[in-house]
Design a binder for this molecule. Structure first.
Ligand code: FES
Length: 102
């Protein structure tokens, strides 16, 4: 179990190991686009993991490929549908709004 904090809302909640960040965000009633429903093909669920990056799964090849095609990607970028909570440390993520992911 990890404590996940979402910016900018500041909402915090517990997320079980194995939960994707997308599922955690949606369960917290936060708004995030996820046009391809978690297939790593749309990039609309792009977020920044501001803290606790070791507390989420490593970037896989599908996610890496998609991130390479997105403008505004940085070292903290993840696709929320591909990053899963490991339960080893608390996590802070930043939602980027609708201007990112294309
Ligand atoms: S929902 Fe499409 S890449 Fe994550």
């Amino acid at each position: 179990m990890s404590l996940v904090t979402i910016r900018p809302s500041g909402r915090s909640f517990d997320a079980a190991a194995g939960t994707t960040l997308l599922a955690a965000i949606l369960a917290a009633d936060e708004s995030i686009r996820h046009n391809c429903d978690g297939k790593a093909t749309c990039g609309t669920c792009h977020i920044f993991v501001q803290q606790g990056r070791k507390g989420v799964s490593k970037i896989g090849s599908l996610e890496n490929e998609k991130l390479d095609s997105i403008v505004g990607v940085g070292s903290k970028s993840r696709l929320a549908c591909q990053a899963t909570v490991l339960g080893t440390e608390d996590i802070e993520i930043e939602l980027l709004g609708f201007s990112s992911g294309f």
